[in-house]
Design a protein around this ligand. Structure first.
Ligand SMILES: [Zn+2]
Length: 300
């Protein structure tokens, strides 16, 4: 359990060299062994990331080819960027909200939601701990979802701190027709009093997306709930995440440090793969529904 104490508490990207997998886990990609473990698990924690959103066609603006205008999300999703360029950052989030409103849950979202409902009848539990800020896990029917990085479909007032579910399209009149992603599109430069404002008449504060920006800490109440799940689960799945955004990148390794099986489902190995008992390579839309399908031992 080396380096487990180096976990940054603020949301941070730490790139690492691709791991060369110094230890070869015994059960590495053995689906039938995984299925035996799955059939006995009572409390399953499923940690999901951008790869799951990508299954629904939601871009995450993290790769070199996934830019919005000239920027990646880590250039815009910061408190500094919002404070200096609130109009530009709102255009970016307006664009992302409109994209998501258009999308449907994928096979991965549906497999997770179906598994939660099925196992519940057997007295077993599934919790989703997601870094995704879209609403697709809930749309698929997942009930127990911890959105650790917040939600695109919520706003938070900078003055009174009120958090509000907000699925309006557009989020405010001035943003209508803005947010086009092309590299040559100029900023709309919307005056700050025309950006989304608090509905409370006495407040009228500037709203921001209720998402956790890079450099910010996770909500402490939510983090406490995550800690409990990390301590209680007897099987953990890490799905569609490159495991470079902290502190979420350490959740799986911390479960593994307790000796609990952890299975990673991703298109590639990650800097954390070597901590885990299982790694299933490929699009999680292919591997995960197989992994979570009813086991022959289930009484359904
Ligand atoms: Zn307010």
């Amino acid at each position: 359990s080396r380096h487990l104490e180096l976990e940054p508490s603020r949301v941070t990207i730490l790139y690492a060299e691709a791991s060369d997998l110094t230890r070869a886990p015994l059960l590495f990609a053995d689906m039938s062994e995984f299925r035996k473990t799955f059939s006995k698990a009572k409390h399953i924690a499923i940690i999901t990331g951008a790869g799951v959103s990508a299954e629904s066609g939601v871009p995450t603006f993290r790769g070199e080819h996934e830019r919005w205008r000239k920027w990646q999300s880590q250039d815009l999703a910061t408190p500094e960027a919002f404070s200096r360029f609130p109009s530009r950052v709102w255009e970016f989030y307006h664009y992302r909200r409109e994209l998501v409103l258009d999308k449907k849950p994928s096979a991965v979202h549906l497999a997770i939601a179906e598994c939660e409902a099925r196992l519940k009848k057997q007295g077993r539990s599934v919790v989703v701990i997601t870094q995704c800020i879209d609403d697709l896990h809930r749309q698929a029917g997942s009930k127990h979802v911890l959105q650790i990085h917040g939600s695109l479909m919520e706003t938070r007032c900078l003055s009174c701190r009120q958090v509000t579910v907000n699925k309006r399209s557009p989020v405010c009149a001035a943003l209508k027709g803005t947010g086009a992603p092309g590299s040559d599109v100029p900023d709309a430069q919307i005056p700050v009093d025309k950006l989304p404002r608090c509905d409370d008449r006495d407040c009228h504060g500037l709203l921001r997306p209720n998402v956790v920006f890079f450099g910010e800490t996770l909500d402490s109440h939510l983090l406490t709930m995550v800690e409990k799940e990390i301590e209680a689960c007897d099987l953990c799945l890490v799905v569609g995440t490159s495991s470079i955004v902290y502190p979420a990148a350490m959740f799986g390794p911390r479960v593994a440090a307790r000796g609990v099986p952890v299975a990673e489902f991703n298109t590639n190995t990650t800097p954390k793969t070597e901590y885990f008992m299982y790694h299933f390579q490929g699009p999680c839309g292919t591997t995960l529904p197989q992994a979570l399908a009813p086991h022959e031992s289930e009484d359904i």
